[in-house]
Design a protein around this ligand. Sequence first.
Ligand code: GRF
Length: 226
Amino acid sequence: MAKTSGSGPIRRRTAILISGRGSNMAALIAAAADPPFPAEIALVVSSRPKAAGLDKAGAAGIETAVADYAAGAMAAEAEIEARLAEHGIDLVCLAGFMRLLSPEFVQRWGDRMINIHPSLLPAFAGLNTHHRALDAGVKLHGCTVHFVRAAMDNGPIIAQAAVPVLDGDTPATLGARVLSAEHILYPKVLALVAAERIRVVNELCVFSNRPPPGDGPGVLVSPPGI
Ligand code: GRF
Protein backbone atom coordinates (compact mmCIF):
# COMPACT_ATOMS: atom_id res chain seq x y z
CA MET A 1 0.00 0.00 0.00
CA ALA A 2 1.12 3.54 -0.62
CA LYS A 3 1.91 5.47 2.52
CA THR A 4 -0.88 7.75 3.58
CA SER A 5 -0.86 11.15 5.13
CA GLY A 6 -3.70 13.16 6.60
CA SER A 7 -4.50 14.48 3.14
CA GLY A 8 -4.65 11.12 1.36
CA PRO A 9 -2.27 8.70 -0.27
CA ILE A 10 1.28 9.85 -1.00
CA ARG A 11 1.77 9.90 -4.75
CA ARG A 12 5.41 9.50 -5.64
CA ARG A 13 6.65 12.13 -8.03
CA THR A 14 7.49 10.35 -11.26
CA ALA A 15 9.25 11.41 -14.44
CA ILE A 16 8.93 9.64 -17.78
CA LEU A 17 11.86 9.70 -20.22
CA ILE A 18 10.90 9.32 -23.88
CA SER A 19 12.38 9.67 -27.34
CA GLY A 20 9.39 9.19 -29.64
CA ARG A 21 5.65 8.75 -29.94
CA GLY A 22 5.05 8.19 -26.24
CA SER A 23 2.18 5.69 -26.24
CA ASN A 24 3.46 4.02 -23.06
CA MET A 25 3.92 7.48 -21.56
CA ALA A 26 0.27 8.21 -22.39
CA ALA A 27 -0.82 4.97 -20.72
CA LEU A 28 1.09 5.92 -17.56
CA ILE A 29 -0.37 9.44 -17.57
CA ALA A 30 -3.88 8.05 -17.99
CA ALA A 31 -3.45 5.58 -15.13
CA ALA A 32 -1.96 8.23 -12.85
CA ALA A 33 -4.93 10.53 -13.51
CA ASP A 34 -6.83 8.33 -11.06
CA PRO A 35 -6.39 10.02 -7.66
CA PRO A 36 -5.66 6.82 -5.67
CA PHE A 37 -2.87 5.81 -8.08
CA PRO A 38 0.33 5.86 -5.96
CA ALA A 39 2.40 7.84 -8.47
CA GLU A 40 1.84 11.21 -10.08
CA ILE A 41 3.45 12.03 -13.40
CA ALA A 42 5.22 15.29 -12.66
CA LEU A 43 7.55 15.57 -15.66
CA VAL A 44 8.23 14.19 -19.13
CA VAL A 45 11.73 14.57 -20.57
CA SER A 46 12.51 13.81 -24.21
CA SER A 47 15.90 13.11 -25.71
CA ARG A 48 14.56 14.50 -29.00
CA PRO A 49 13.10 18.00 -29.39
CA LYS A 50 10.54 16.79 -31.95
CA ALA A 51 9.29 13.69 -30.15
CA ALA A 52 5.53 13.37 -30.70
CA GLY A 53 5.17 12.38 -27.07
CA LEU A 54 6.04 15.91 -25.96
CA ASP A 55 2.83 17.28 -27.48
CA LYS A 56 0.78 14.49 -25.89
CA ALA A 57 2.29 15.23 -22.49
CA GLY A 58 1.73 18.96 -22.89
CA ALA A 59 -1.89 18.36 -23.88
CA ALA A 60 -2.33 16.34 -20.70
CA GLY A 61 -1.03 19.27 -18.66
CA ILE A 62 2.28 17.62 -17.75
CA GLU A 63 5.49 19.67 -17.49
CA THR A 64 7.92 18.81 -20.29
CA ALA A 65 11.61 19.31 -20.94
CA VAL A 66 14.07 18.39 -23.68
CA ALA A 67 17.54 16.97 -23.04
CA ASP A 68 18.85 17.19 -26.58
CA TYR A 69 21.48 14.53 -27.18
CA ALA A 70 22.59 16.46 -30.24
CA ALA A 71 24.46 18.61 -27.70
CA GLY A 72 26.40 15.56 -26.48
CA ALA A 73 25.45 12.73 -24.14
CA MET A 74 27.13 14.16 -21.04
CA ALA A 75 25.45 17.51 -21.36
CA ALA A 76 22.10 15.88 -22.08
CA GLU A 77 22.35 13.63 -19.06
CA ALA A 78 23.29 16.57 -16.85
CA GLU A 79 20.21 18.35 -18.17
CA ILE A 80 18.05 15.35 -17.28
CA GLU A 81 19.48 15.25 -13.73
CA ALA A 82 18.90 18.99 -13.32
CA ARG A 83 15.26 18.74 -14.41
CA LEU A 84 14.64 15.70 -12.19
CA ALA A 85 16.06 17.58 -9.20
CA GLU A 86 14.14 20.74 -10.04
CA HIS A 87 10.85 18.82 -10.06
CA GLY A 88 11.61 16.78 -6.94
CA ILE A 89 11.38 13.52 -8.84
CA ASP A 90 11.47 10.27 -6.89
CA LEU A 91 10.85 7.62 -9.59
CA VAL A 92 11.87 7.45 -13.26
CA CYS A 93 10.13 5.44 -15.99
CA LEU A 94 11.93 4.91 -19.29
CA ALA A 95 9.32 4.60 -22.02
CA GLY A 96 10.84 4.28 -25.46
CA PHE A 97 13.90 6.23 -24.30
CA MET A 98 16.44 5.39 -27.00
CA ARG A 99 19.63 6.40 -25.19
CA LEU A 100 21.88 4.37 -22.93
CA LEU A 101 22.28 6.14 -19.59
CA SER A 102 25.71 6.27 -17.97
CA PRO A 103 26.59 3.77 -15.22
CA GLU A 104 26.81 6.70 -12.78
CA PHE A 105 23.29 7.87 -13.61
CA VAL A 106 21.95 4.32 -13.35
CA GLN A 107 23.73 3.82 -10.03
CA ARG A 108 22.25 7.03 -8.61
CA TRP A 109 18.69 6.04 -9.48
CA GLY A 110 19.15 2.40 -8.52
CA ASP A 111 15.86 0.71 -7.81
CA ARG A 112 13.93 3.91 -8.49
CA MET A 113 14.20 3.61 -12.29
CA ILE A 114 12.27 1.14 -14.45
CA ASN A 115 12.12 0.38 -18.17
CA ILE A 116 9.72 -1.37 -20.52
CA HIS A 117 11.13 -3.58 -23.26
CA PRO A 118 9.13 -5.23 -26.05
CA SER A 119 10.19 -8.84 -25.53
CA LEU A 120 10.15 -11.51 -22.88
CA LEU A 121 13.63 -10.80 -21.50
CA PRO A 122 16.25 -12.18 -21.40
CA ALA A 123 15.23 -13.14 -24.95
CA PHE A 124 15.68 -10.46 -27.58
CA ALA A 125 17.36 -7.62 -25.73
CA GLY A 126 18.14 -4.74 -28.11
CA LEU A 127 16.34 -3.60 -31.23
CA ASN A 128 13.95 -5.17 -33.77
CA THR A 129 12.51 -7.54 -31.20
CA HIS A 130 9.37 -8.48 -33.13
CA HIS A 131 11.28 -9.25 -36.29
CA ARG A 132 13.75 -11.38 -34.32
CA ALA A 133 10.98 -13.19 -32.47
CA LEU A 134 9.35 -14.15 -35.79
CA ASP A 135 12.69 -15.28 -37.22
CA ALA A 136 13.30 -17.43 -34.16
CA GLY A 137 9.85 -19.02 -34.49
CA VAL A 138 8.85 -18.44 -30.87
CA LYS A 139 5.19 -19.07 -30.10
CA LEU A 140 4.92 -16.65 -27.20
CA HIS A 141 6.28 -13.13 -27.26
CA GLY A 142 5.56 -10.14 -25.07
CA CYS A 143 7.00 -7.41 -22.94
CA THR A 144 8.98 -6.96 -19.75
CA VAL A 145 9.23 -4.24 -17.13
CA HIS A 146 12.50 -4.30 -15.21
CA PHE A 147 14.65 -2.19 -12.93
CA VAL A 148 17.38 -0.50 -14.94
CA ARG A 149 21.00 -1.56 -14.77
CA ALA A 150 23.95 -0.24 -16.75
CA ALA A 151 23.84 -2.96 -19.41
CA MET A 152 21.14 -2.43 -22.05
CA ASP A 153 17.77 -4.09 -21.35
CA ASN A 154 19.20 -5.65 -18.23
CA GLY A 155 18.11 -5.64 -14.62
CA PRO A 156 15.80 -7.42 -12.19
CA ILE A 157 12.59 -8.41 -13.98
CA ILE A 158 9.49 -7.09 -12.24
CA ALA A 159 6.74 -8.38 -14.51
CA GLN A 160 6.06 -9.71 -17.98
CA ALA A 161 3.03 -10.01 -20.23
CA ALA A 162 2.91 -12.67 -22.94
CA VAL A 163 0.93 -12.69 -26.17
CA PRO A 164 0.58 -15.45 -28.73
CA VAL A 165 2.47 -15.38 -32.01
CA LEU A 166 -0.11 -16.16 -34.69
CA ASP A 167 0.16 -17.64 -38.15
CA GLY A 168 0.74 -14.90 -40.71
CA ASP A 169 2.03 -12.39 -38.16
CA THR A 170 4.32 -9.67 -39.46
CA PRO A 171 6.57 -7.57 -37.21
CA ALA A 172 3.86 -4.90 -37.41
CA THR A 173 0.93 -7.09 -36.36
CA LEU A 174 2.93 -8.81 -33.65
CA GLY A 175 4.30 -5.47 -32.46
CA ALA A 176 0.80 -4.02 -32.20
CA ARG A 177 -0.30 -7.00 -30.06
CA VAL A 178 2.71 -6.57 -27.79
CA LEU A 179 2.17 -2.81 -27.55
CA SER A 180 -1.39 -3.34 -26.30
CA ALA A 181 0.04 -5.61 -23.60
CA GLU A 182 2.66 -2.95 -22.74
CA HIS A 183 -0.05 -0.38 -22.13
CA ILE A 184 -1.69 -2.72 -19.63
CA LEU A 185 1.49 -3.93 -17.94
CA TYR A 186 3.44 -0.72 -17.42
CA PRO A 187 0.87 1.15 -15.29
CA LYS A 188 0.38 -1.95 -13.12
CA VAL A 189 4.11 -2.17 -12.51
CA LEU A 190 4.50 1.53 -11.79
CA ALA A 191 1.74 1.20 -9.20
CA LEU A 192 3.57 -1.72 -7.56
CA VAL A 193 6.90 0.11 -7.50
CA ALA A 194 5.38 3.38 -6.25
CA ALA A 195 3.57 1.54 -3.48
CA GLU A 196 6.87 -0.10 -2.46
CA ARG A 197 5.48 -3.59 -2.96
CA ILE A 198 8.72 -4.84 -4.54
CA ARG A 199 12.17 -5.41 -3.03
CA VAL A 200 15.26 -6.42 -4.96
CA VAL A 201 17.10 -9.24 -3.23
CA ASN A 202 20.24 -10.60 -4.89
CA GLU A 203 19.12 -8.90 -8.10
CA LEU A 204 15.77 -10.72 -8.08
CA CYS A 205 12.41 -9.09 -7.37
CA VAL A 206 10.48 -10.14 -4.29
CA PHE A 207 6.87 -9.02 -3.90
CA SER A 208 4.99 -8.23 -0.74
CA ASN A 209 1.23 -8.64 -0.40
CA ARG A 210 0.89 -10.20 -3.81
CA PRO A 211 -2.75 -11.16 -4.40
CA PRO A 212 -3.38 -14.86 -5.02
CA PRO A 213 -3.65 -15.85 -8.70
CA GLY A 214 -7.13 -15.35 -10.16
CA ASP A 215 -9.35 -18.00 -11.68
CA GLY A 216 -7.70 -17.77 -15.11
CA PRO A 217 -5.75 -20.61 -16.68
CA GLY A 218 -2.42 -19.37 -15.32
CA VAL A 219 -0.57 -20.71 -18.37
CA LEU A 220 -0.48 -19.04 -21.76
CA VAL A 221 -0.23 -21.42 -24.69
CA SER A 222 0.23 -20.62 -28.35
CA PRO A 223 -1.16 -21.54 -30.88
CA PRO A 224 -4.54 -21.26 -29.16
CA GLY A 225 -6.68 -24.38 -29.13
CA ILE A 226 -3.98 -27.05 -28.99
C1 GRF B 1 7.86 0.39 -26.85
O1 GRF B 1 7.67 -0.76 -27.61
C2 GRF B 1 8.75 0.13 -25.68
O2 GRF B 1 8.61 -1.15 -25.16
C3 GRF B 1 10.12 0.29 -26.29
O3 GRF B 1 9.99 1.35 -27.19
C4 GRF B 1 8.65 1.44 -27.62
C5 GRF B 1 8.19 2.83 -27.32
O4 GRF B 1 6.91 3.09 -27.81
N1 GRF B 1 11.12 0.49 -25.27
P1 GRF B 1 6.09 4.32 -27.27
O5 GRF B 1 6.97 5.56 -27.50
O6 GRF B 1 5.82 4.12 -25.82
O7 GRF B 1 4.86 4.37 -28.10
